[in-house]
Design a binder for this molecule. Structure first.
Ligand code: DGL
Length: 272
């Protein structure tokens, strides 16, 4: 499917991320909503977002939201945490419901933390924005929040270095303080981090509660369906479209592995 006309066939749920990590969200939502169609955009030509300024991230984000709107989506999900920080508080884009990961992730963490401190792991852009800390404190004024930028985690995932002595050592370096403070609720404030889930549990303990974006977004989507803000798809018309701003064999291989057992068609390269 390449022409924009063909793409307008049926309404899908639009998801975007700077790259590969948002596929963790796509996979989770595609599993939870087996009849829904999805249009995913991974901006891998311009990855990473996590070390860029808010102005640049916003410019990229607006281009992608326009692309997804033109692809006839019925809801928009910003899976990228770094991009979510610059759209915080915005609930629609040109009348299409817009979800970000910061608010639902914060609410989910508060539900399980029992008033104990919450740690937030993210890229430098996400941590420097203090978006999670602000949101958590808006929801609970007295909430203690510890934020930690873990920028190398993105490179580890993009290189497929997971469950490896190197990922473990880097994790130790970043997470030592959080472990020493015995913090047991940790928001994975970056799309890539769920892929390091096992490494993180090994470092922080099996009893740590890791808050992941896919799960919390699933709840928000259910709310949108239940309120009638968006309609459910007809059975049997499902498609999963994965678009990227660049295609490399390396990305394609990692993407297909990550999405298993859900199979995706040929990746589509788009120019924004
Ligand atoms: N997707 C980004 C996020 O969730 C991580 C990768 C990047 O830095 O672009 O913040």
């Amino acid at each position: 499917m390449t022409s924009s006309q063909e793409n307008k066939q049926a309404s899908s749920i639009g998801i975007f991320d700077s790259g590969l990590g948002g596929l963790t969200v796509l996979k989770d939502l595609a599993t939870r909503f087996p009849h829904e169609s999805f249009t995913y955009l991974g901006d891998i030509a311009r990855l990473p977002y996590g070390n860029k300024s808010p102005e640049t991230i916003k410019r990229y984000g607006l281009q992608i939201l326009r692309f997804l709107k033109d692809a006839n989506v019925k809801a928009l999900i910003i899976a990228c945490n770094s991009a979510s920080t610059v759209f915080l508080g915005q609930n629609d884009f040109e009348n299409i419901p817009l979800l970000n990961v910061i608010e639902p992730g914060s609410a989910a963490a508060l539900r399980v933390s029992n008033g104990e401190p919450i740690a937030v792991l993210g890229t430098s852009a996400t941590i420097n924005s203090h978006a999670y800390e602000k949101t958590l404190k808006e929801l609970n004024n007295n909430q203690k929040v510890i934020e930690k930028a873990c920028p190398l985690f993105v490179s580890l995932v993009e290189e497929g270095i997971v469950g490896d002595p190197i990922s473990f050592l880097i994790g130790e370096r970043y997470l030592k303080d959080i472990r020493d403070q015995k913090i047991k609720t940790v928001i994975l404030g970056c799309t890539h981090y769920p892929i390091l889930r096992d490494d993180l549990k090994q470092i922080l303990g099996d009893d740590v509660k890791l808050i992941e974006s896919g799960e919390v977004l699933g709840e928000r989507l259910h709310e949108l369906f239940a309120s009638g803000a968006i309609s459910r798809a007809e059975k049997g018309q499902r498609f999963i479209r994965v678009c990227t701003t660049d295609i490399t064999d390396h990305f394609e291989h990692l993407a297909r592995n990550l999405m298993k057992p859900i199979s995706i068609g040929p990746l589509e390269r788009v120019i924004l």
